[in-house]
Write a protein that binds this ligand. Sequence first.
Ligand SMILES: Cc1cc2nc3c(=O)[nH]c(=O)nc-3n(C[C@H](O)[C@H](O)[C@H](O)COP(=O)(O)OP(=O)(O)OC[C@H]3O[C@@H](n4cnc5c(N)ncnc54)[C@H](O)[C@@H]3O)c2cc1C
Length: 261
Amino acid sequence: MSIPEVDVLVIGAGVVGAALIRELSRYQLDLLLVEKEVDVSFGTSKANSGIVHSGIHDQPGTLKAQFSVQGCRLFPELAAQLGFSYKQNGAIVVARSRAELSRLEKLAENGRANGVQDLSSLSQEDLRRIEPNLSPELAGGLLAPSGGIVTPFELVFALTENAVANGAKLMVDTEVLWFKQEKDGFLVRTNRQPIRAKVIVNAAGLYAGEVAAMIGDHSIRLYARKGEEYLFDRKLKGLVHQTIFPLPSQVTKGILVIPTV
Ligand SMILES: Cc1cc2nc3c(=O)[nH]c(=O)nc-3n(C[C@H](O)[C@H](O)[C@H](O)COP(=O)(O)OP(=O)(O)OC[C@H]3O[C@@H](n4cnc5c(N)ncnc54)[C@H](O)[C@@H]3O)c2cc1C
């Protein structure tokens, strides 16, 4: 049996692998996306909070800040092109006391340094008007209108389907077990068949460390943190319109309230 050869093999069909393969499918390349689970978006990307972050919270000068702001700008057009559920609903960070208002101003400066557009301060009255179900005791807020919400698994499906329509191949139920470098690329062993790839992209999410270790790179370490998500009843749709954040602390963004698209 001859071993199939591709230019680029992407390991992992979460949002990162799907977005990458879709971008690469604009070029004349033999592309293969492999996913160990039975379908795409079966990892973290299937069940996150669905927030398209505006970039106000990120540390200026970091790639995360740069990509959050750029990503926010790209989402409306991407959603229109690919047809996944997305809404630019805006994000509000609230101050619970007058003492927190100065921290809100610092956060606004942080956002402006990152290039977040159209930030505006909200008075107590503004907050009551646009989000009447929030506590009337809140002292004020910071509105980032560029923030959005998305149905996360629809995004991954839409990206992958578009890449496949452009000629990329997808293999689910296919786990990369091992690979080694050869003269012109890599020989990859999976639970199904061997594959040769000139380039491999490690988009394995929580398993990225294990995949990197397959060729002796032990530099990726993941540290687990516990969190909780509560799902509101559908009847509460419309309780808030924007995504609501408290002011972040040193260790957490705090408790958020996130509408569904
Ligand atoms: C509770 C929670 C809420 C979050 N909320 C948000 C949010 O609101 N907004 C936001 O931007 N981010 C959010 N995130 C973060 C976001 O979900 C992740 O950053 C993102 O989903 C990671 O995508 P990924 O493609 O890297 O990983 P994944 O989605 O995990 O995809 C990796 C894929 O690789 C596959 N794989 C692994 N090893 C192999 C192998 N050897 N062979 C083949 N396939 C393999 C896995 O099965 C998996 O499908 C949240 C995360 C959590 C946990």
